[in-house]
Design a binder for this molecule. Structure first.
Ligand code: DGT
Ligand code: CA
Ligand code: ZN
Length: 582
């Protein structure tokens, strides 16, 4: 059970009650409740589970009980019954971008809309535009939102699939008949979203491995099961395929099923030029050719070498120049998770995080990091409980105090006092220069007015990037994977401004963001812009997001030298011009 589930459930109840025409006060009570849960500074899920919500302003008795039931049992009877009163298709409208409760109510009541498909028809036929309060523009927006949704159908965020995928992989590797196992496909290439997951196992007893695969705990349905192949569904709807090959075939099969398709085509072309055919099982001498017989490849690296290439890491296999670079010995030495020494964009209880400064520091120390940057929200982000000047100054003092304590205790760790400062609509910042000057560093991010025209948004971000106190730009495009499009912005122009002013760009590694997108990093690095791999952690466990950030940074061809948080503590103190702890 997560806070998000509690909030979403209360909001959905409010909407359903509203559709039923229930008393507005009752509806409002659920909305207020949802807002209260969203913003509560403590561990509201634990309090709800333990039935300890009494006295929290904004949560009446009835809501407290419902939250307790939901958090302790995982479901709410009241909610289930209410949902059953409506056509299931109606719920498809609920997370359509830009469609709030009022509009859903109007569509349902005036036009009887009860599914996404029906809504699409009525938008296309012009009926929706005719509704009071809608108009052509709104109808077009709705169609765009539906199209965005359809284009994302069947996609899953890398971060959402990672846990079950790694569990299944580990379990396959434990099987006595498994000689080698890997995940191939888009997952191995670290795409930010994947359609399905491709497992590959080397074995001499494929039936045993297939049987083991289809009986994995996360599997809810077996779609197909043959002697060397199987396909299953996980509860999320994610399809996982497994293919069993012989140990001798494994290297070529892994290369083939890792893809990408475009990379494979180019590799096959290269093999052909050298007199070989390359398929999913082997490299072979071309029919009638006289090229020397190739060996059985033990590894992909050996295959690559045979083709006159340096080893190409899976993340790079998108046919964007990696083969030419490998032939020239020009591939970058990619960054690794172990290279990180700290990280900069993290939240605490003071804004919308869940843990204290000390807890966040403790988690960072446990990961072997030497420093952690705190960047809670600024005052304009009131929905995230942003800090005003007074609270921020108090936090800075608290951080300085903790740092002195660690120094005295001989703990080699430091918190940096920063802020995730809102970039206001005109590109100015949420705090004045004096306060920004008291901070060790500044992350500047957009959290409102996200629908500005491209030129205005670009100017806004360039203005922020050019501010002398701004250390880095946070989540530059604001995208939420599969949920919200990036805002309209001229990214190369913003990269140029960052290059000119020495402003770092964040690679936000929250799996919903992974922003700035990997496709831009090769260019940014070539322009001399540095990257900061930041988890945007809202609780201690989120520091684990760093692993996704590193995967995407590798995909963007970045090296250790391109990433500022590979610097050790002393180098960061020098870079930020903050001096040692005093
Ligand atoms: P996705 O859509 O997220 O599942 O992406 P992939 O890359 O995992 O694609 P998938 O699962 O269809 O296939 C896995 C790999 O198998 C793919 O990256 C390359 C290889 N492959 C599949 N079909 C073809 C093909 O028609 N030609 C070539 N050369 N390779 C293919
Ligand atoms: Ca796949
Ligand atoms: Zn943010």
């Amino acid at each position: 059970m997560t806070r998000e589930t509690l909030v979403d459930t209360l909001e959905e109840i409010a909407l359903l009650l509203e559709l039923k025409g229930e008393n507005p006060f009752k509806v409002r009570a659920y909305r207020t409740g949802a807002e209260t849960v969203r913003q509560y500074p403590g561990d509201i899920v634990a309090l709800a589970r333990e039935g300890k919500l009494e006295g929290i302003k904004g949560l009446g008795d009835a809501l407290q009980q419902k939250l307790h039931e939901l958090a302790s049992t995982g479901a709410l009877v009241f909610h289930e019954k209410l949902k059953a009163e409506f056509p299931p298709g109606l719920f498809e409208l609920f997370d359509l971008q830009g469609l709030g409760p009022k509009k859903i109510k109007a569509l349902h009541e005036s036009l009887g809309v009860d599914s996404l498909a029906r809504l699409k028809e009525l938008c296309e036929s012009g009926e929706v535009a005719k509704l009071p309060g809608f108009g052509t523009k709104t109808a077009e927006k709705i169609l765009e939102a539906i199209a965005f949704r359809e284009s994302n159908a069947g996609s899953f965020r890398l971060g959402d699939v990672a846990t079950p995928v790694e569990e299944i992989l580990a379990s396959l590797r434990e099987h006595p008949d498994c000689l080698r196992a890997e995940v191939a496909g888009s997952y191995r290439r670290s795409r930010e979203t994947v359609h399905d997951v491709d497992f590959l196992v080397a074995t001499s007893r494929p039936e045993a491995i297939i049987e083991h695969f289809v009986s994995q705990a996360p599997v809810v349905r077996v779609l197909a099961q043959g002697p060397t192949k199987a396909s299953v569904n996980l509860a999320s709807g994610l399809q996982c395929d497994l293919r069993a090959v012989s140990n001798a075939e494994f290297a070529c099969a892994l290369a083939y099923f890792t893809g990408s398709k475009e990379h494979n085509v180019a590799m096959r072309g290269r093999a052909l030029e050298m007199g070989y055919t390359l398929n999913e099982y082997r490299l072979a001498v071309r029919e009638g050719g006289d090229a020397p017989e190739p060996p059985v490849f033990e590894s992909e690296a050996q295959l690559h070498r045979f083709l006159g290439l340096d080893y190409i890491a899976p993340e790079l296999r998108e046919n964007t120049g990696e083969i030419a670079a490998a032939a020239e010995g020009d591939l970058p030495r990619l960054i690794e998770l172990e290279n990180l020494r700290g990280t900069f964009h993290n939240h605490t209880l003071s804004s919308d995080g869940h843990d204290t400064l000390e807890a966040m520091a403790g988690a960072a120390i446990k990961l072997g990091l030497q420093y952690l940057g705190i960047a809670d929200h600024s005052k304009s982000s009131f929905q995230a409980n942003g800090l005003d000047e007074k609270r921020l100054r108090a936090q800075i003092a608290e951080i300085r105090e903790l740092n002195r304590r660690w120094r005295d205790e001989g703990v080699k760790f430091r918190l940096f006092a920063g802020s995730e400062v809102d970039i206001l609509k005109d590109g100015t910042l949420d705090f004045d220069d004096d306060l920004l000057g008291e901070l060790d560093y500044v992350v500047a991010s957009v959290h409102n007015s996200m629908t500005l025209p491209e030129a205005a948004m670009t100017e806004r971000l360039i203005r922020a990037a050019s501010h002398p106190r701004v250390t880095m730009l946070g989540h530059l495009t604001g995208r939420l994977l599969l949920e919200r499009e990036p805002y309209a912005v001229d990214i190369p122009a913003v990269i140029e401004a960052c290059a000119e002013h020495g402003t770092v760009i964040e690679l936000n590694c929250n799996p919903w963001r992974l922003d700035l997108d990997w496709r831009w990093w090769k260019h940014a690095a070539a322009r001399g812009v540095k990257c900061s791999i930041n988890p945007d952690a809202h609780r201690t466990g989120h520091l684990g997001f760093l692993a996704f950030g590193v995967r995407l940074a590798r995909k963007g061809w970045l090296t250790r030298e391109d990433v500022v948080n590979t610097l050790d503590l002393a180098s960061v103190e020098e870079w930020l011009e903050v001096g040692a702890v005093s």
